[in-house]
Design a binder for this molecule. Sequence first.
Ligand code: SF4
Length: 445
Amino acid sequence: MALSGLEIYKLLPKTNCKDCGFPTCLAFAMQLAAKKASLDKCPHVSAEAKQALEGASQPPIKLVTVGTGDGKLQIGNETVMFRHEETFHHPAGVGFLIEDSLDDAALKKKLDKINKLQFERVGQRIGANVVAIKSASGDAAKFSQVVKSVCGSTKLNIVLVAEDPKVLAAGVEASKDRRPLLHGANKANVDEMVKVAKGAGLPLVAVASGLEEIAELTQKIKAAGVEEIVIDTGPKDLTAKVNDLTYARRMALRKTFRPLGYPAIAFTTSSEPADEIAEAASFISKYAGIVIMKNCEPEEVLPILATRQDLYNDPQKPVQVEPKVYDIGNVTKESPLIVTTNFSITYYTVAGEVEASKVPTRIMACDAEGMSVLTAWAAEKFTPETITRMLGTVNADSLVSHHTIVIPGYVAVMSGKLEEGSGWKIQVGPREASGLPNYLKNFKV
Ligand code: SF4
């Protein structure tokens, strides 16, 4: 864990000489704790204190980079067990397993499907970002050929999976400009695997079934000069795997236990769609940095990507849409004008139901600081006054001739005050967005 300002202060010389540019050692310590100053500004710090402070300033979970360019995947560097404590920083990679035993046609078909796994959800693009290529054949030439073929067909980040260092080295040679993650080093092959990873400057997965063995392996790998390590406790039932992932995270964050201070990769074990979704969603929630799935059907992948999107947004900053009027369909001045808040999930739920109704409609998304309807109403961010102000801002008079707005059923209580304050006629819509299609089809002013 990061040291507090006072803990850092105890390690400084406490002479208040000002050579660091700060008036006191305590002021400098506070700036160090806030990561607004660097330790080298104090020329008088002792070697022991320097070692302790530098060690404490390392992130508890190592940042590991897979891939290159804009689409590269960065995992690790997380600082909290629970999202609400701060935020989760580096979204997990979601990818799919491809074995080198596939024939050309099957390989092409699977890659085409994987490349299409990009979606738009609540106004954001979400998609798969990893392909794991496994040597099932054990043949270096075959592995190399499939790795080349995959690299030529997708821009997604690559994980190379092989137990034989020679086979893995062939895969590295075929993908060296893609910065793949190498899977993996175990007790038997660690020395050879380290040579492959170190020679190419690539991150390496430490593989063992128990966390104690993993800790031994990571120390060995690090001592041999590979800094970027990912951990994998292998295939297990869901409970055991989540236990491993949670325990490793806890040891890294709560005990600053460096040998387990690395992001984890987890492979699903079930091929049955519902079970695999449960596995993958659990791994993402509890704390895998990369999840590799077997199936790549869109209906199976979208819930996993949505889980990742929801977990890795900042709980302090709700996802919002721009507060304005959105036209759905070929609207006219007779079209309904419905009012909601600018919380993305609320807006897109409403917009989806309006689209489904096929009734051209205007949606006025009011600035409610990204809160949903009831939350914003309770927090006084979605009030008769804010709606009245918004009607003026968007010049609603020029948009519809019927001078009527539809408010969500949940805030029916504000209709009298809103009508009086705005001078607009108020209709109370359904409580749930799912009621909108029927409501809009029967809309009358
Ligand atoms: S240079 Fe070092 S000893 Fe001097 S005030 Fe700054 S922290 Fe204290």
